[in-house]
Design a protein. Structure first.
Length: 240
């Protein structure tokens, strides 16, 4: 459940946004009983305000809202747990995936760089926007101006099916001079970018690129991102 999306969709004001944030936090923590008075107290509003919010969101009342939000949260957790990573990755390196989530958490107050060229920009833009929903700043701008000196070491994620694109190799070299952690998602685990990286995830994909041959690299990369985000969300919830 995305707080920012819900706030925009229902045109919530600052107070309603704060109440909903409190409710979603309790739901995602798996609290057995979420009392309306406790929600009102924690968000500094009256119980009437909480009830009005539930109706503004399209529910019959507070109980109906809580039941629906709990069910939706459980479905999201089940969906993440049900992803078959063996159908996505050549080798499922659980430690690498967990390290990926750890790095995202470590760099959440810095700018994370996500770089792809060609069709890979679809996945890089998608991941950037998904991180923004968690309040994490990421940048997928042009390689020429994406990184400048003077910033704290951060995380650079490079998407490259071949792992050999010259412009991306140059960006990886620059990221290393800035002492960034370098993660690569590629279809070739023995490529130049894969060898340069602190960690790499190798996507299962087809053969050579052709317009009449399905290419699953981008789609599987996006699914992998969603799984990594589910691990990141678990960490953020544990902190709260």
């Amino acid at each position: 459940m995305n707080l920012i999306d819900l706030s925009k969709r229902y045109l919530l004001n600052e107070t309603e946004h704060r109440v909903l944030e409190c409710i979603l936090r309790a739901v995602e923590h798996g609290d057995a009983k979420i009392n309306i008075r406790a929600i009102a107290q924690q968000s500094f509003v009256s119980t009437t305000t909480v009830i009005k919010l539930s109706k503004k969101l399209g529910y019959q009342g507070y109980s109906d809202m809580m039941y629906s939000l709990r069910r939706h949260s459980e479905e999201e957790r089940d969906a993440a747990a049900g992803i078959d990573l063996t159908s996505i990755l050549e080798t499922v390196d659980t430690d690498c995936i967990e390290a990926f989530a750890d790095e995202l958490l470590r760099c959440r107050n810095r700018c994370i760089f996500i770089v792809g060229l060609g069709f890979s920009t679809i996945a890089s833009s998608y991941f950037m926007r998904r991180l923004a929903t968690l309040g994490i700043l990421a940048y997928d701008g042009a390689p020429v101006d994406m990184m400048r000196g003077g910033n704290e070491p951060s995380l650079t994620i490079i998407l490259s099916k071949s792992g050999e694109t010259r412009d991306l190799v140059d960006i990886a070299l620059h990221a290393q001079t800035l002492h960034h952690k370098l993660y690569t998602i590629t279809a070739h685990g023995d490529s130049t970018l894969a060898r340069m990286s602190d960690n790499r995830l190798v996507i299962r994909t087809g053969g050579s690129v052709a317009y009449n041959v399905p290419d699953f690299f981008i789609g599987r990369t996006i699914i992998l991102f969603e799984y990594i985000l589910s691990r990141l969300v678990d960490r953020l919830q544990q902190e709260n």
